[in-house]
Design a protein around this ligand. Structure first.
Ligand SMILES: Nc1nc2c(ncn2[C@@H]2O[C@H](COP(=O)(O)OP(=O)(O)O[C@H]3O[C@H](CO)[C@@H](O)[C@H](O)[C@@H]3O)[C@@H](O)[C@H]2O)c(=O)[nH]1
Length: 299
């Protein structure tokens, strides 16, 4: 049986990915920061180890001997206020993981590393292909761009796949993120909502499409060594998003700007080109944004 190790398996994406892989016949092993019950998500075995603990990580990797590794563990909230934690988790954690993978007797078949569309920053307008040079506009983007450079250090030695997911959402995502925050607000029938930067647009996808893409990428030898956007190809402005949520929920609400949520180092618009990934794994299992929002509003 194929053993697949997921770092960050207890997170929003990790739980969907574990279920998707278990349904696809994988034996899913979770690497966790703290003990978490994940049997319901399809996880067969769990190990607790912080990725900054290189020695502990080496021992676990030698025991698990994974066929595939999917690295999701990271600080994913762009405005995370503990910078030391963000740099430690997103850069040192990844470096330790690849160092440990490089010491295995039997090399994994693939190591998928989740980077981020945020690395594109504000460098270029329009639909972004993977050839657009990274131009991070904030610390989060810097940590993810640095992570990609670490992957390059190991690319001759390890079968690495880098993904650049654009924004995605679904039931269970933390309300620190934009869409679950608005959905939570609507579900509580609150009159007005406080947001930050309003003049922004994002390329939103459904978490189920993203984990399906990951599950297909690790099985595809042609993906090894590649960097892939994971996206819908459509930008939705915050104004359009608010209108859709008002329409689908039948609940009207006003928006107020709270300076506490305004980001100084904002990435204004992100919209991705999915041509490269679709050339390798075929069409993405896209879900219309309205369908994802409806799922979240009624969950
Ligand atoms: N979270 C949040 N965002 C707000 C708010 N008001 C406006 N925004 C704006 O809404 C946009 C989306 O914010 P998030 O949902 O926090 O996502 P993100 O910063 O775009 O980052 C997400 O996507 C990246 C890939 O593009 C991911 O790498 C990252 O982990 C995260 O999922 C940003 O431009 C943010 O400034 C608010 O009250 N809360």
């Amino acid at each position: 049986m194929t053993t697949t190790l997921i770092t960050g398996a207890a997170g929003f994406t990790g739980r969907y990915l574990a279920r998707r892989l278990a349904n696809g016949g994988h034996r899913v092993v979770a690497l966790l920061r703290e003990p978490t019950a994940l049997a319901e998500a399809g996880v067969a075995e769990s190990h607790v180890c912080d990725l900054t603990d290189a020695t502990g990580l080496h021992a676990i990797m030698r025991r698990v001997q994974p066929d595939h590794i999917i690295h999701l563990a990271a600080i994913a909230f762009v405005a995370h206020d503990d910078l030391a934690d963000m740099y430690q988790s997103n850069i040192v954690g990844l470096r330790n993981l690849l160092g440990a993978a490089n010491c295995l007797d039997r090399q994994p078949r693939s190591i998928l590393v989740a980077s981020s569309a945020n690395i594109y920053g504000n460098g270029r307008p329009g639909r972004l292909s993977e050839d657009v040079p990274p131009a991070p506009a904030n610390d989060y983007g810097v940590t993810k761009a640095a992570g990609e450079m670490i992957c390059r250090l190991f690319e001759r030695r390890l079968p690495i796949i880098v993904t650049r997911p654009f924004n995605y959402t679904g039931v269970g995502q933390s309300p620190s993120f934009l869409i679950p925050k608005i959905v939570d607000h609507v579900r509580h029938h609150a009159p007005d909502i406080e947001l930050g930067n309003l003049d922004v647009a994002r390329d939103f996808s459904d978490v189920r499409m993203v984990v399906d893409a990951y599950a297909r990428l690790i099985e595809e030898p042609a993906a090894i060594g590649g960097t892939f956007n994971v996206c819908s190809g459509e930008a939705t402005s915050l104004g359009q998003l608010l209108d859709s949520i008002r329409r689908l929920s039948g609940h009207d609400f006003a928006v107020r700007v709270n300076p506490a949520f305004v980001r100084a180092d904002e990435v204004k618009t992100l919209c991705g080109d999915a041509a490269r990934i679709e050339a390798v794994i075929g069409p993405l299992a896209r879900v219309p944004l309205d369908e994802t929002l409806q799922w979240m509003l009624t969950a």
